[in-house]
Design a protein around this ligand. Sequence first.
Ligand code: PMT
Length: 349
Amino acid sequence: MDYTRHHLPPPTRRLSTEGGPVIDRTIPLLPPALEIDEHNFFDNSDPPEYLEDLIKETEEFVKFHNGRRIALVTSGGTTVPLENQTVRFIDNFSAGTRGATSAEYFLENNYAVIFLHRQFSLQPYSRHYSHATNCFLDYMEEQDGKVVVGPKYQAEMISVLRKYQAAKDKNLLLLLPFTTIVQYLHTLRAVSEALQPAGCRALFYLAAAVSDFFVPPSRISEHKIQSKAGGNQLKMDLDPVPKFLTRLVDKWAPSAMIISFKLETDSTILLSKAHQALERYSHQLVIGNLLQTRKYEVVFVEPNSPEFWIRLSDRQAKDQVEVESLIIPAVIERHNAWIKKSDEMAKDS
Ligand code: PMT
């Protein structure tokens, strides 16, 4: 990648304060979660209190869109609370740009979208005005005692507003929130099961940045950890979060098309990690991306096909074309083929 070409900083980001990375990403992936891991995790952690409401909303949404394609887009980072009555937590970088942007392109292509997102992360449409660098107040001005959108922003804003209102009027967008890793996983499982009636017309687009480690409920401190609790250091053991992708593929959403993402910071291991994930979980597509270049290029890794890179050209990068505007049509092409194959198999059986 030519970093100067896209005005990007070179990938100098260090993962640790001394020497090499804290997490050795070259070692093989964790084994996929088994049924027993699912029981252990879900039986020993509380579902979010509002889960029943989300399930009901999802069931109604799926019924309403009977026959239409539905994309479940996960978006944003999950938190790992260090205390039950949480003062401190571990978080990650994800702002939800990939998820929110992709959701808009699915909607433009007549998909209904279930947007399972980190609360307060970016959302479809409002994302255009919610960054600190894009504060909506900068778009406003006062005219005769009234607040109006400035003339140079009218065209862009009316286009976003129309799309947003069309999605709302047609009930095409269902927003479901999560914050912690435990809430995310309980909700993902429940929503996947509620989506089963959509069969092969359901598409899972798992763009959320999911925590790999957490403090299990059996070991979490109830109250705020005192600053002197560990002497001069705070030492905690985190457990690996079971890799539930395999349960999703086999049990929670057996007919849906499943797309996972693979994020790395080291370009030399991205492809091998994406291939490993595909082999391990036997789903349909892994989209690989690097932290440093994720807004400019991604790679599709899928069974029986060569790797397929999607890259913005210099011109597109300069014109601020969103890479998701290229990713989503390529994803939909693959979903078309998935539906065709599934329908043919259903006819033959
Ligand atoms: O939000 P942005 O700033 O736009 O950034 C977008 C993104 C870089 C976060 C997104 O494009 C992306 O790559 N998301 C996936 C990041 C990630 O969690 O990668 P991973 O290699 O840790 O996990 C791979 C897959 O396994 C993910 O699809 C995840 O849903 C799944 N997983 C992860 C951990 C876990 N315990 N169980 C899982 O099933």
